[in-house]
Write a protein that binds this ligand. Structure first.
Ligand code: FAD
Length: 324
């Protein structure tokens, strides 16, 4: 028999776990399905910008959120969702091993950063190699860095690093920089930024930490640069194949959401990096997860003919329910 839940959440990163906490705490039956615990938080050994914690790590925060979710009787399974289908009984969630029915769904599948595919890259990840400049640039105050990537990601990375690092090598394949003209003009004026066009990274070296990178240009000439940090800004992958027939996907490949994590499907809500929010950070994913979780709970309550919970707890005059 197919197990049924009031809310099924897809994704065990900060968005999915936060949604789970808010749903399970309302005593709704809630299943969280995820490939892993923590998602991108597993790539953050030192977490400095999550409010309320002075010194934490991504995996530690993931474990804490998981414990909090389980303490409210939320259920979690490790599996991959391969398809969601609409049925008369509710939304059918097919995983690689099983099937479940949810009255409502919260999508929080996040994203995965693209890598360079160069030897030593994964070994030196977080030991000098980084995939999120806005997250990790502050660790490189006064140090020598390089950034490699594409378009706007590369420009943003170069500008952020130039404010912190003593030197920034900006490495790109084309002959000219692509992207926003004002950002290009700003980069070209920076004295601590050295442009390295028509080039790519051939090798990454270091024993315990990154020590140098070897850059090769279009003519085949190789140059070794001593750097403390390398930022890889090649964009990221969001895989929504399992749900793309049910929600609206924007040009960036993200799920379009509106207030409360609403999608165009009345039973499906979404949060976190896989959605159209501007700032892809943990605190934003947690907040989005809380919104989407409460919206999913309210949707299920309304199916039962109940009013749901108020959007604003303190409102006393002319109380309004946040309807979906
Ligand atoms: C290197 C790096 C450093 C970062 N540093 C910081 C930082 O210092 N501070 C900060 O605030 N933010 C940081 N971020 C950004 C932050 O990690 C993300 O904004 C946040 O993790 C997004 O949360 P999420 O829950 O939306 O997605 P994710 O964290 O990506 O989690 C998505 C989850 O969904 C699961 N999933 C995906 N598809 C399926 C499927 N089909 N079936 C089942 N499960 C699925 C994944 O396995 C994963 O568990 C960093 C990101 C990176 C890459």
């Amino acid at each position: 028999m197919v197990q049924e839940y009031e809310v099924i959440i897809i994704g065990g990163g900060p968005a999915g776990l936060s949604a789970g906490i808010f749903v399970a705490r309302q005593k709704a039956s809630c299943l969280l399905i995820s490939k892993d615990l923590g998602g991108q938080m597993n790539l953050i050994p030192k977490l400095e910008n999550y409010p309320g914690t002075m010194m934490s790590s991504g995996p530690l925060l993931a474990k804490t959120l998981e414990s909090q979710f389980l303490s409210f009787s939320g259920e979690m399974i490790y599996d991959t969702v391969v398809m969601i289908e609409e049925t008369e009984a509710g939304m059918k969630v097919k995983t690689s091993r099983s099937e479940y029915i949810g009255k409502s769904i919260v999508l929080a599948p996040g994203k995965v950063p693209n890598n360079l595919g160069v030897e030593n890259e994964s070994v030196l990840s977080n030991k000098g190699i980084h995939y999120c400049t806005k997250c990790d640039a502050p660790f490189y105050q006064g140090r020598v860095t390089a950034t490699v990537g594409v378009g706007g990601y590369l420009l943003e990375s170069g500008i952020l690093l130039s404010r912190m690092a003593s030197k920034v090598y900006l490495i790109y394949k084309g002959g000219t920089l692509g992207g926003d003209k004002d950002m290009i003009a700003s980069i070209e004026k920076k004295e601590n930024v050295q442009l390295i066009p028509q080039s790519s990274i051939k090798a990454i070296s270091g024993t315990n930490n990154l020590q140098s990178i070897t850059v090769v240009d279009n003519s085949g000439k190789e140059t070794t640069l001593q750097v403390d940090g390398l930022f890889i800004e090649m964009g990221s992958k969001i895989n929504l194949d399992f749900v793309k027939h049910l929600v609206k996907i924007n040009q960036k490949g993200e799920i379009e959401i509106s207030e409360g994590g609403k999608t165009i499907h009345p039973a499906i809500f979404a949060a976190g990096d896989a959605t159209s929010i501007p700032y892809k950070q943990i605190i934003a994913a947690c907040a989005g997860g809380a919104n989407a979780g409460l919206s999913a709970f309210n949707y299920v309550e309304r199916l039962k003919g109940r009013p749901g919970i108020r959007a604003d707890w303190k409102k006393t005059m002319g109380d309004t329910v946040f309807h979906y």
